[in-house]
Every structure is written in structure tokens, then in C-alpha cells.
Design a protein. Sequence first.
Lengths: 539, 539
Amino acid sequence: MSFAGLSRRQFLERLGILGGIGAAYYGLGPIGLLPPANAAAGPPQINYNIGGGRHVVILGAGIAGLCAAYLLRNTQFKVTIIEPARQVGGRCLTLRGGDIIAEQHTDSHGEPFKPAVCQFDHDPQLYLNAGASRIPQSHSAILRYCRELKVKLQPFIFACRSNLLQNDQFNGGKPVPLRWVKHDLRGHIAEILMHAARDDQLAGFVRPENRRVFNQMVKYFGSLKESKQSLKYRGTRRGGYAKKPGAGPVRGTLRESFELNEILASGIWHTGLLSDMYLYWQSSLMQAEGGMDHIPRAFKKNLGANARLLLNRQAVGINRAADKVYIQQSGSGETLAADYCISTMAPPLLSTILDQSFAPDFKAALARTYMVPACKVGWQTKNRFWEEETEIYGGISWTKHMISQVWYPSHGFHSQKGVLTGAYMFGNSAESFGSMSNAARLAVAMAGGEKLHPGLFKQNIENGVSIAWQNMPGQAGGWAYYRNQPENPDYMKINEPQGRLLLAGDYYSYLSGWMEGAVLSAELAVKRLTRMAAEKKVA
Amino acid sequence: MSFAGLSRRQFLERLGILGGIGAAYYGLGPIGLLPPANAAAGPPQINYNIGGGRHVVILGAGIAGLCAAYLLRNTQFKVTIIEPARQVGGRCLTLRGGDIIAEQHTDSHGEPFKPAVCQFDHDPQLYLNAGASRIPQSHSAILRYCRELKVKLQPFIFACRSNLLQNDQFNGGKPVPLRWVKHDLRGHIAEILMHAARDDQLAGFVRPENRRVFNQMVKYFGSLKESKQSLKYRGTRRGGYAKKPGAGPVRGTLRESFELNEILASGIWHTGLLSDMYLYWQSSLMQAEGGMDHIPRAFKKNLGANARLLLNRQAVGINRAADKVYIQQSGSGETLAADYCISTMAPPLLSTILDQSFAPDFKAALARTYMVPACKVGWQTKNRFWEEETEIYGGISWTKHMISQVWYPSHGFHSQKGVLTGAYMFGNSAESFGSMSNAARLAVAMAGGEKLHPGLFKQNIENGVSIAWQNMPGQAGGWAYYRNQPENPDYMKINEPQGRLLLAGDYYSYLSGWMEGAVLSAELAVKRLTRMAAEKKVA
């Protein structure tokens, strides 16, 4: 638990490797130098001379594929990216007015999905980040690329404490500001702690000389009040007022607090209350100004002259020979002969196009990878009622309703309109939501929004759009999930080297579902590729 | 604890009072309609015909004075604002390159302060909000004015969990990311709770049928692990990793956690760790794009044709006659004859210019008002080392060093330079800091910054500027502090009506130090003024 004597910058400067910001930093923890073992995780040091005109085919122009091509810019590799969609970005997709969402599947009535058209106004502030939406501070690799590529970032507020919690079992189903429950729960916890402390349950935890300061800390932690020589929770200003204090004689009055047993029995404590404790769900995160797809667009703009990007092209077969990989394209597309191939396809989709030149157990592990269904809804609103009437500026409200979450924009405060993320769900509920028609989804999401903003939600919506990632062409879901990942045998199996076929994408990382996982996997694939290429050259 | 059956909007619409957004809303709590008693706290309903050419003199063009004049726009009152400074805004002051800070006092060596010049580059993104800096979501009055006046707002991140805590008694004085201590403390608290629960200390707190869910909640709250049929804190991923997880085989390793006794004994738990629990210190707040002085500027731009604003004019005497208030100005300024005067001066300063026509006990109460000394330092930096090397994007780091806080900008992520708030202190330490010369202050603040960012801070600073509000002309400190405010006799006394002299400013509210207090006090003063004027007219 200590910092290095030298600052990281000093250390790097002494090593003489602090040129352009970026490359040297990756993989270092937030503070202090990490053990040398971790240095291996940095971005590949590319030897620009090893390509020798050899052909690298990259399957998929999502973040991982674009990043791999970007890393190979200025090399003597010839790079071809093929991408089934009409645009780059993959799951880093931003929807704007006029965009078409063409899910490929049949709904629960056996009807094929009709393409939905996003009806948002043509206004650069009105968009839905339909997939990737936020970057945690600790995702230093994707942040480094954003810096290098000059993608402007702004705050994404994850937790505004006036966000709402709603659960039919709590408070008669009426939503409450998150901070009410937050501070009441802390108060109750602190009060029980003080009760236990009084009865001397602290032996073994708190040294006698720290007993007094323990009491001070708990009192402060829970906003307790002295009462008959003990400390009790009697409500707190931290949660806000029933009547606000003002000028002159206006004192304000406290709100009444919730009982611990009501909080426990209802499960409201598990309805998003503590979500921002997660390392990747911080109270604030970052987003790209104007939409997250500015990140893939910036990669695309900065590809090298050695790269060609082919959109609307799908790989339908892969064969591996001794020193080549052959990629068969759909329709009349030529078969590409690659010296190396980097696939960024979702594991189950990849498994279906690998021919008998690949090991059955490898293909089976790919096929078994559980892809998590994930859905979102976007609503364009007439006004910003959540700001004007509910004191919510960004953040996420949580409900036990199927929609699970409503996100409020962290930009454009007080402007006329806004786009709400009207649902974000994954797993079983997304499976079922995704099997509904677009109209049915919107009806469900409207009901969910109305639970959080009774009397306000429906009447202020102008139009909506939905997406189910498990139905999107070229996709198999939101991300991959591996139970007990470190010990998951399938995860280990699909990460085994496959010769000239290299795998990238967030699926092949411990950060599945995050752009950080995508770029780290691309860096790893390019490192392995260039190492192989260098060996071949020497040989 | 319940919502009204009607939404607020529905209710207001039925009353037919929902015209322009704004007026109808003020004073209502975050959700649900408040009792009618609170309606009185709304902005004054001005009868535009009652002015009758009468003269209102407003002392001070800070937020309160500007707001009062703005409320009187379009009336038949004639309004004169006199302001001692060269610009409007008062303590809502933004410093940019070329600005001069001319404190009026002598330093601890008896030398008069030399005017300091802000050396920041001329770049619209490089500024220091030297006074007012942020708006909580619950400050609905100032937010309403920002909306009406079209002041663009953006997030002000108060708490980014990679912000640092530093305390010479903790971790050998080396700073640590806040989230390390945050999650360790929660873990220890949860573990003690589970220990107490096992020994049945919960009787009276948790009903038997909720015992199981209590255990689940505590386990989740503290990220506890099962261990020998009990729940223990063994570190958590929530606090981050010693070695980050990555792609393929890179699992990552947890950091070691801090012992509870170390956290307690060092007092690190009281070094900013829990600051964002306060209602007005939320994890995110709001700020005006480009600097907080856009708020007073917007008020100024929207004053009515009935208002004249006189800068560089100081009131030096006030006399109250039967139906007039006379304001004597400094130098050769004319004596202003006012039908009504709204003073927004700090109470102790006002007390010195009230003549014998005011009651001695009122003047004495004004004079006794404790004005809190408050200081800030701003640093322009060569680069944004806190983002590039420490994963900090906005927020505040905390130290027991005199500087107390370092604020990181919430805008311009990844741009070349930035302005840090390099110190923010109040009370005794600000008293002592403010008595130093500018050079001495900067030397102290540099040492403090270096405590938080060892080896990085000093070498990346380009120039700095300091301000001590207790020394600023026309000011008496950062804000007023009233011990036990509801029962404080001086607070009651200075809020007693003084006839045609009305008092406004955050000092005269329960929100001293906040713009919300300033505008609420202005609304109250204007309401009283117009009520008096209406009575006079009727009589």
C-alpha cells in the first residue's frame, strides 16, 4: 500500500520513454508503479518494418477491429477490414433522427421485425447512445485513445441523488428520491452499530484507544443525534427537506424518514440504491460529446493509408491453411486470402463460420459462450420535466418494473427537449422484451416511465425507439458473460492461440461489455500478430 | 411520505397558472405538493402598476441586488443600483487572464497588499471561479433564474472516486484514492454489523422475518465474503485493483485493504471522505459554462429600462426619514433619495454606515454577525497530469494541509492546459492564509498541492493567483455564519423589518454562502417592498 518514491512521470522520464503521451502509460494502476509483470499489458510496440506487404484481414469494424487497424497504421502490413453493417462502430452505436434499426429475427408472434425508424428531431443534441454509453475513469486504455484521437469527452452523470427509486412494494409504489433511502439506510446502520458498540461487540474490531473516535465516525457516518446518552437516527438534513429552508424566517422542515424494516422488506435497497459503488459504475463517468459514435468515427478517420474498409461485407466462412487464412464473403464477395486474420465477431457467431480446419472443442466453446440479451429504449421529450419539476440533472432512476432504468441526459441542461434512455435491461427481461414488436416494447416502456414519473412521463413524450442487441444483424447480444470467469474453462479455451486467426473484441477480456475490453483485446491480438510476423521474418 | 394524486404539473394546469415555466414552481419540494403554507415562499407576484415612479435604490450588484432589480423590471418603479466594484457579480466572481485582485488590508507584516494580476492565458476555458462555483440540484430558485436567463449549465463534478485523500497520519502521509478508503470503511462497518447480528443485537431494530434480508443487505452494502459461516470483509473490487484485469489471460489482482484501526486513528475518515453526503454537496452539481459570472452578466443584460446601474459607487451613509431613505455616496457622489432602499451589503459593513436613525440593538446585531474568512487559489497548469496520470476527471481531493482542497475542472477533459482550484479553505486557516502576502500564499499552496500529487504538482504549474474574501473591498468574508441559526437572536434581530430599508443577500437566509440564499432573500425583499408600496397607494 505504498507509492513509488519517484512519480510515474519522473520514472518514465528517466527511462527516456516519455514522448507522446499515451503508449507508455497503459496498464499502470491509478497511482504508483505496478510490478514489471504488468508492463506486458501495455500497447504493442510495433516494429514498422515487419509487415513486408503481408495481408491482415480484420472481421468487424467495431471498436476492437478499428483499434487493431489503427495500431497497424504506418506498418508495411496491408490491412482489410470487412464489416457487415453500413457504418463502423458495432455496439458503439448512436441513433439519431432518420436512422433505421433493422433487427433480424421474428417476434413472439412469429412475425419478422419491421425495421424501425428513429423519429428524433434533427438536432445534434438529440440522440440515443444505443450501445456503449460511458467510460469509467479507470479505463485508461480507451481514454488514451480518446485523447490521441481528440474525441471530446464530457461528464456522464451516473448518480444524481435526486434520481428516483421505485418498487411496488415500497411507499405504496410511489417513487422516492434516492437520497431519502440512502441516508435513512445509513442512519439505521449507524444506529445499530452504536447499539452494538454500547454492548461491547467491538472487541477484536476496534482497539480501546480508538473507541471514542469510532463513535465519532459512526455518528458522522449516519448523521446520528445524541439522545439519552445514546446515539439515535432521527432523520437528517442530508436527505433533504419536506419544506425547504429559505430567506429570513423560513426555517424549513425535515422530511420523515423511512423505517429500516420497510427498507428491508421491500427490497428497495436492492433497486439501484447502491449501484454507483461498482468500480465501473462511478457516480460520474465520461461520454463523448455529441454521441459515443464519435469514438469509432475518430478511429476510422485515423486509419493508415495501408488500410481499406469494406462496409456491407460479411464473412461467412473461415478456413485455416498452413500459412494462410481464407475468409469467404457473403454474396458475390471474393474470398480473401490473409496472412493473418483478426476476428472481432461474437464467439457464437464466429463458431458458425469456422470450417473443419479448426478444432471441434474450440468451436464448441465459442458456441457455448452466453451472450447476454440487452435492450434499450430512447424517448424524445417535449420538455425536460425531470429538471423543471423533479430537480433531476442527469443520472439514472431505478425501478423494479421491466424497464429497470431511466437515464437522464447529462448535457443540454435547461434546453427545450431531451432524449431519455427509457429502458436499459439485460438478461431474462431483455430476452422477453426483445421478443416483442417495437410498438409493444414502447407501450411497456411508457408504462414503466409512468411508474417513475406519474402523471408527467407519458404526456411529455414525443416519440420513441427501441433496440434489442440480440436481434441486431452481426451481433449476438450485448456482451458475453462467463460464470466464475477466472476458472471458466470455456473462457480459457476460446482464448487459446489459433495460429494465424487471432481473436479480439471485449468478449475475450475481463471487461466484456466495455470499450476498454475491446481495445485491450485488440492490443493483445496485434501484439501476438506482430510477434508471429517478426518470427516468420527472422526464420 | 406520499405523493399527491395529481402530478404537480396537472395540479398547476388545473389551477390555470402554468404559463411560462418558473414562477409557479418555486418553493415546491422535489416531489409532491407541499402544504399551502409554503406557497408564500414563491417569487413575488408583482403588480406592475404600483411603482408610480417611486425610486428604489439597491446597494450592491451581486446576485441579490441584481435579482431584486430584475424582479422590478417592467414596473413603474425607478431603480438605481450602486456597486462599489468595477463589475457586477459580487462574490460570484470569475477570474481570467489580466484580471486584477486588489485586496484592501495589510498583510501579517503590516504591508498593504499589492494588487495581484491573474496571469492565465487568454483562453475561454481557463478561468477560476473565485467565489460562487456550483449549484445543487435542490436550489430550484437560482436554477429557475438560470433557465429564464438562458445561462448554459454543465455538470460540476464534486466527487470523482479517484480523487485523493491525504493526511500525514495515514499511509505514511502518501495520498490514496478516495474509493480505497470509502469501500474499506464500508466493508469494516458491514463486518461489525454482521458480528453484532450473529450475537443477536438486532432485537428492536430488525423484525425476525427481515433477518435474512438484513444479512443480504449488509453483505451487499459492504461487499462481504462468506467465510466459515460468517461474513467477513476481505477487500473488494469496488475499490479498484493493484493490477488491472485486461484481455485474454490478464486477471488482475486486488489491492490490499486498510485496517479499520488505521482509518479511525488517522482521522482520514474525516478528511473529505464523506463530504458528498451533504444536501448541498452532491456527487455532482452544476456550474455555468465558461464561468459562473455568466449568471450575474445575464441578470445585468436583462434588467429593465427602468433600472440604472452605477459601478464604482459606494454607499457611505444611510439615513432613514419618515417616508424616504437617504443614501450618501463616497467622494463627490450625490446623496440619493430613495422611496425604498434594498441593501445587499454584508451585515457588519452595513452596520458601519447606518446613522442614528436606526436602532442601536439592530446595528449591534449586524456588527456582531460573524463573517467567515474564505480563500481560494487558482493554478494554471501546463498539462492535465491529474487526468493523464492519476485517472482523476473532475472532483475534489482533500488534505489535512492548510489548502484543504484541490478542485479539478469538470470541463475540457484532455485539453492541453487546465485551471485547478489549488486551495479552498475557510474559518481560522483562511484567516491566517489571508494575512499572508500573495507570494507567501502561493508558496504554501504549492506545498499543499505537492502533498496530493508528489513529484507532479509543482513541475506542472505555470502560474497562480489567490484571493482572500475577507480582504476584498466591499466584502467582509465568504459568507455569514450563525451558530444554532433558528434560535440565534442576532439572526432574528437582523431579519426584523426596518421600514423602507430592506435587507437582502444570502446573509439574510438559511442558505448563507449560496446564490440560492441570495435570490430567495431578494424575492422576499421585493415582496415586502411591493406590499408596502401597494398599501401606500391604497392609502
